[in-house]
Ligand binder design. Sequence first.
Ligand code: GTP
Ligand code: MG
Length: 423
Amino acid sequence: MTTEIITLLVAAAVLAAIIVLLRRAGERSRERSARTVQERVLGAEPARPARERKRPPARTPRTPRKAAPAPEPEEAEDERDQDERDQDERDQDERDQDERDQDEAPVAPPGEPVDDDARAAFRQGLTKTRGGFVARLGKIFGKKKIDVDVLPQLEEVLFTADIGPRAADRIFDSVKKGLTRDELADPDKIWAKIRETSSHILDVGAPPLDVARARPFVLLVLGVNGVGKTTTIGKLAALLTGEGKRVVLAAGDTFRAAATEQLEVWGQRAGAPVVKGKAGGDPSSVIFDAVKRGVDEGADVVICDTAGRLHTKTELMDELKKVRRVIDKAMPGAPHETWMVLDATTGQNAITQAKTFKEAMEITGIVITKLDGSAKGGVIVGICDELKVPVRYIGVGEKLEDLRRFDAAAFVAALYEDADEAA
Ligand SMILES: Nc1nc2c(ncn2[C@@H]2O[C@H](COP(=O)(O)OP(=O)(O)OP(=O)(O)O)[C@@H](O)[C@H]2O)c(=O)[nH]1
Ligand SMILES: [Mg+2]
């Protein structure tokens, strides 16, 4: 009798142990199938933003299971646990490596296709710049066999180019520290590094321009005299009216006698009304009237021209600050963007001007004009590096259609294109 009870108790204990083991096995199998589904849906790892996504390196294959005699259930569990921990560690290592690679990944990978039209316009506009420091770089790397002096030569060309010392330093450093000795003998590797770092510098992380985010979208345009403010405003107005937008122009340069007439000519070409005041009058009041008109008439965009010179620089800055305050009174929250126009032919002076203005007031965008007549187009790289403000448009001539939306990839491709051929 006692023996039967003991047998029954042992049987019950064995049954309970089997049930516990079966449950654990079931949970593990559910976890595994859930992971498989996630991998199928998301790829081998959690989804990342498109810009960050990158092909993971080849995975280390799982260690094949030994064809050993079936282990005891507890041992099998332990082995599976260890196996999965190993796999998790390998996955984590791969993810870490992937992120390290990502930090070094180019923003605009060399050779990435860009819009043909944009590419042609940039190519044309950058002809002179390519003949400048890029051609000098081409001479160094164009030789079939690169000699050991490549780094000092590169340093000299970069620091005497119009890209500013900071950007020159960043590009030089990326080549010096980012390439091995063997890679430094390969022109393709050096060009790829220069392109990659230039793209990184140009990517200031600004969202795309969206003039539809306010109605009217008020744009204040400023810059020193003669850089091309009025011309740029005229071209931009034409672009916008061409898209079917209603544009109002404000003749805020009351200082220079012919400034209003010049804007009126552009207004006629673009099909945009111009709000003007008296010569020598208060620029703020003209701009206030223009913004009010834009609001009342339901215009899409109001673009405000300003003087590039007053009697003193302090006077100019004070006037521009007053203009900003008055615009905000005419339409709370405006101006929605303040753009600084810079003349590429002035080279590094343009960087100094931009810094001076930015210290005095908020600048949200840059337009670089006269790229067509300048060998100093590399200044765009320096401006982005120093100011961290996006370049929105570039001027590549005096005609209505000579304003192009800035495209960093097209710019980098066009800038280094001929040098590539030389190399
Ligand atoms: N080649 C070339 N010339 C340009 C470009 N943009 C402007 N210009 C010329 O630069 C000169 C000055 O242009 P404006 O638009 O009057 O310059 P601004 O900044 O308004 O000058 P102020 O009103 O005096 O402050 C004009 O002769 C324009 O035709 C460009 O992209 N390329
Ligand atoms: Mg002007």
